[in-house]
Design a protein around this ligand. Structure first.
Ligand code: MLC
Ligand code: AMP
Length: 505
């Protein structure tokens, strides 16, 4: 069989082969392969009826549900581009993403609708391209459609499929554009590396609006015609119950989920069973968590490394040593190397530098941001990940830090600059620095050092609430300290390592 050109092409092939085999479950609703394709077709026709044309951007501001997957695949089938939006995003992030992407339609649920309505009432008004929102009930089985509806042509491999907002050294995130061929190349590399096949049953509790849940969990499942039990969100007790019931063969999580699973197992004196595969990613998996999980289950978690622009970069081996603290080597068909951060020359093994990657998994560039795209690649087409690390002589990569300022909390990324910019709009704050501190549950937590405006007595609670009203709640500082001045170097740059040392003292 020739490789499919898109995730939808893989779905169509599996649906033609064994149409009734279960593919996705959301609570009481199970979709077969053919049922998932019909769900996508129903959504595509509904979106077209709303005026969606090929190349249009459609934002998905939705929690995990059949509606999410249906709308997502329907956007692709309509030839449009899905803009992924974290459901925790509030006014500042929403306004930026909807304006920057030029989304004409936003598919959301009732809580998202309230947030969108507030956007329309703000003094800047609704984003100009946004014509309407389509409000869906999470558990609605699917828009009505007869089973005989003709399937529209499948998207071209080179067409854009997703815009996912990420990173950015300024306060504003930028949209990484992923093509259909990037998505399928990633899914095929991942499934091959992890020996994932049609017999697998994945317990998927990750949010679908990020690469981990969507591009690894859902795309992998569809591309091999396996099965995924998709839950609205992660809950340690529910995860342990489900693992113990014996159905799942695989579980994917961020390190916070493994930490909570271990705590739950200890509290109940009930160890998670050995599955075919446990995978961790999106943030560093602590060696202690790896070892504790191995002691409980007898299994080594397979750690892998990815990012929004490239989806999956490196993986520990399926067969062979899963080395704690390391992310293994490039997936099949991909390349990874270390370069000097200044000269950009490739480095010898065991020498630290910046990780670069190249291959069919790598995105072509940022949405309407030529400058950022040019900066992201070198002349030979290597993508600069911004992650620092080194490669061992036997080919294992270890991530040792980040070239860019970034806090990863429970697998969610927080850009200090974005939080600082929002806090600086508070009249009681004269100056502020946001930085990361270690956190036992989330890996890292957000901290803020604040210089009060003269005569103002703003409190830490007010600062937290101010943030929460404007940004995703996970970006709010968990620790606020008040300082007379921020420590700055001769260039005027805030010395965050000094703030970190003071906080840890
Ligand atoms: C939730 N909260 C967090 C948080 N998640 N705070 C800090 N960091 C986080 N990650 C806060 C909420 O804002 C809220 O605060 C309170 O915790 C309760 O919210 P909740 O939704 O009930 O939280 P919880 O269920 O505990 O969520 C924890 C979690 C979740 C670990 C299950 O964060 C999660 O699903 N993380 C996965 C992220 C992910 O999929 N990343 C992949 C990115 S892709 P309050 O004060 O409002 O009550 C990528 C590429 C790659 O990175 O390599 O995969
Ligand atoms: P995002 O841009 O949101 O997709 O986040 C990607 C970032 O998460 C990467 O650039 C890494 O910094 C980090 N990351 C992902 N997986 C791992 C891992 N296994 N270990 C350490 N960091 C990771």
């Amino acid at each position: 069989m020739t490789a499919p050109a898109s995730i939808l092409a893989a779905l169509a092939a599996h649906a033609a082969e064994v149409p009734d085999r279960p593919l996705l479950r959301f609570g009481d609703l199970t979709y077969s392969r053919a049922g998932t394709l019909h769900l996508a077709a129903a959504w595509a026709s509904r979106l077209r009826a709303e005026g969606v044309q090929p190349g249009d951007r459609v934002a998905l501001f939705l929690a995990n549900s059949a509606a999410f997957v249906g709308a997502y695949l329907g956007v692709h089938l309509a030839g449009a581009i899905a803009v992924l939006v974290n459901t925790q995003y509030r006014q500042v992030e929403l306004d930026h993403i909807l304006r920057d992407s030029g989304a004409i339609l936003c598919v959301t649920d009732s809580s998202g609708e309230r947030e969108l309505a507030a956007l329309g009432e703000s003094h800047e008004g609704a984003p100009p391209d946004l014509r309407c929102s389509l409000v869906v009930e999470r558990d609605a089985p699917r828009p009505s459609l007869t089973r005989r509806a003709p399937l529209p042509p499948l998207p071209a491999a080179d067409a854009p499929a997703i815009i996912a907002y990420t990173s950015g050294t300024t306060g504003r995130s930028r949209g990484a554009v992923l093509l259909h061929r990037n998505l399928i190349a990633n899914a095929l590399a991942v499934t091959q590396a992890w020996h994932w096949d049609a017999r697998d049953r994945l317990l998927l509790m990750l949010p679908l609006f990020h690469a981990h849940g969507l591009c690894v969990g859902i795309h992998g499942t569809i591309s091999v015609g396996a099965f995924a039990d998709v839950r609205p969100k992660f809950d340690a007790a529910e995860a342990l119950d489900t693992l113990l019931n014996g159905e799942p063969t695989m579980f994917f999580g961020v390190p916070t989920m493994y930490g909570r699973l271990i705590a739950e197992a200890r509290a109940r004196a009930a160890a998670p069973p050995g599955l075919r595969l446990y995978v961790s990613g999106s943030a560093p998996l602590g060696v202690q968590t790896f070892e504790e999980f191995r002691a409980l289950t007898g299994q080594a978690i397979l750690e892998r490394y990815g990012m929004t622009e490239t989806i999956m970069n490196c993986t520990n081996p399926y067969d062979g040593e899963r080395r704690p603290g390391s992310v293994g080597g490039p997936f099949p068909g991909q390349e990874a190397r270390i370069v000097d951060v200044v000269t950009r020359r490739p480095m010898h093994d065991e020498t630290p530098g910046e990780i670069q990657v190249r291959g069919p998994h790598v995105f072509p560039g940022y949405w309407r941001n030529e400058g950022a795209t040019v900066e992201a690649f070198d002349a030979e087409g290597w993508f600069n990940t911004g992650d620092l690390g080194w490669r061992s002589a036997d080919g294992y990569f270890t991530i040792s830090g980040r070239a860019r300022e970034l806090i990863i909390s429970g697998g969610f990324n927080i850009y200090p600059r974005e939080v600082e910019e929002v806090l600086l709009t508070h009249p009681g704050i004269a100056d502020v620095a946001v930085y990361g501190l270690p956190d036992a549950d989330f890996g890292e937590q957000v901290a803020a050092a604040v210089v009060r405006a003269p005569g103002c007595a703003v409190t830490d609670d007010e600062i937290v609430e101010y943030c929460r009203a404007r940004l995703a709640s996970y970006k709010k500082p968990r620790r606020v300290s008040f300082v007379a001045d921020l420590p700055r170097n001769a260039m005027g740059k805030v010395q965050k390592h000094i703030l970190r040392e003071r906080a840890n003292a």
